[in-house]
Structure formats: C-alpha cells, structure tokens
Design a protein around this ligand. Sequence first.
Ligand SMILES: C[S@@+](CC[C@H](N)C(=O)[O-])C[C@H]1O[C@@H](n2cnc3c(N)ncnc32)[C@H](O)[C@@H]1O
Length: 272
Amino acid sequence: MEYNLSDREYAQFRALIYGKSGIALGDNKKSLVISRLSKRLRDLGMPGFQAYYELVAQDPEGEEFTRMLDLISTNKTDFFREPKHFEFLREQILPEQRRSRSLRVWSSACSTGEEPYSIAMTLYDGVEEPGQWDFRILASDLSTRVLAKAASGIYDRERIRDLDAEMLRRHFLQGRGAHEGCVKIKPHLGRMISFRRLNLMDASFPIRSPLDVIFCRNVMIYFDRPTQETLIAKFHRYLRPGGYLFIGHSESLQWIRHSFLSLAPTIYRKAD
Ligand SMILES: C[S@@+](CC[C@H](N)C(=O)[O-])C[C@H]1O[C@@H](n2cnc3c(N)ncnc32)[C@H](O)[C@@H]1O
C-alpha cells in the first residue's frame, strides 16, 4: 500500500530536505518520494505523510531525518569508481608530494567507504615506503548509517570481484566461518582514515590545516546551482594553493562561478 502525498505536504518535505541537506527535489520527484518513503511510514505505523513530516521536522539533526535522506538519495558507490582520478592521484599528485612525504585528502561524501579505501590503497601502493609518509584521509558523509558501514570496513566479496588478486591479498582479510563471503579492510588502511559525520551544507568544517586534495563526487548532482556554488567556494577555502578537487563524471563546474583552474574534465586545481 502506498500513501497519498498531497502537493502541500510534498512542498513541506521539499523545503525541509533542501534546507537541511541541499538536496533539491524537483516537481517531478513526488512519485519517487512516495515510493521510497511509503515502506518506512508503514514500518513506523504512521497514519500518513503529515504525521511523518512532523516526526522528522521536529529533529532535523536526528536519526529519522538521516534515514529519510538515505531512502531518498542514493548511496551508490564502488571501489575505484571513475579510475582516472586514482591514476591522477598516483601519477601526478604523489610525485609532487615526494619532498614533504605528506598528503591530506578529504573524501567529502564517502558513502559506505569504497572511495576513501580506494584512495588509501592508491596512496599506500603508490610510494616505496608508505610507513615513512604521513597520509591522512578524512572521510565524511551526512548519513550515519553509511558511515557505520564504512568504518566497519566489511564488504561482501562480490563488491571486490574486479580488484586484482595481489591487491586483495595486500589489503583485505578473507572472512571465514560465519564471515564466509565477506572481506575486511586490513588495519594499515583503516589507520589512514578518520570517519566523521559532516553536512556539506554547514558554513564551515572542522578542518584545521589546508588540504591537498578534495574528492566531492556524485553528490553535487542533487544540489541546485546556488548550493553548488557555495560549496565549491568553501572547498576552495579549505584547499592549499595548488590543491586539487575531483568531482563526479556526470558533474561539471561549467555553469557555476568558481576560482578553480580546470585541468581535465572533473579535475580542478586551486591556483598557486
Ligand atoms: C552517490 S553517493 C557518492 C559516493 C562516492 N562519493 C562516489 O562517488 O562513489 C552520495 C553520498 O552523498 C551523501 N550526501 C548527500 N547529501 C549530503 C550532504 N548535504 N552532506 C554530506 N553528504 C551528503 C549521501 O549520504 C551519499 O552517501
């Protein structure tokens, strides 16, 4: 059974979701909202969308709000998704850092963790003595559910079927017994990453020293142009001069005002 969502109720949800997450739902997304949320309303025994709206609106920082966003947005991700970015990291950025032997990276919408772990593997395998480098990766997302999954470092073996055998041996533990069919990221990668809940809509982020690289991939597509512009300006502030920004392959900065240099499609650099 699907619930009825009136235009007035839909407008309330849109305003609340936009205000708190930047996700801009168009007029054409009403049926998507109904189909994605109806099961949740049923599970909670809600009489209708108005009651659910009141529940989430009373605590927009709370778990139910995050859960609603999880249902509406997609958390789709993959290990080494959009591989050109990892090649660029290995071939262009790492050699530039050879003297300082340090790299600060922010995976700013990290979903279930495949992106920050792919960054960690690229850095670890991209230098001769990873133990002599100071690699720090901040991995953040709005959703506490995906962050918990990311921090566990546990995945179905199916998720890593495209990685080569040598990489699997180096970076993953194979599940046995009750964990058969699962793999777990080895601790040397986990130690490189701090997971944290951060909302990209926040005016500022708890980042003290300038970053070398920011990944913000496949989340800006949900934001409208003014929200994208504000976010890109914030990224510019948090990067060191010469720092890099990667965005998703279906995204572009072409239509927004920004101060980045464009190096290649989806790869940007802050001027030195
Ligand atoms: C499709 S996933 C992208 C994952 C990864 N970056 C990739 O490209 O494979 C989008 C993620 O953005 C997160 N997200 C949506 N709105 C956000 C916001 N305002 N602040 C932080 N994360 C947000 C979602 O929770 C989701 O995990």
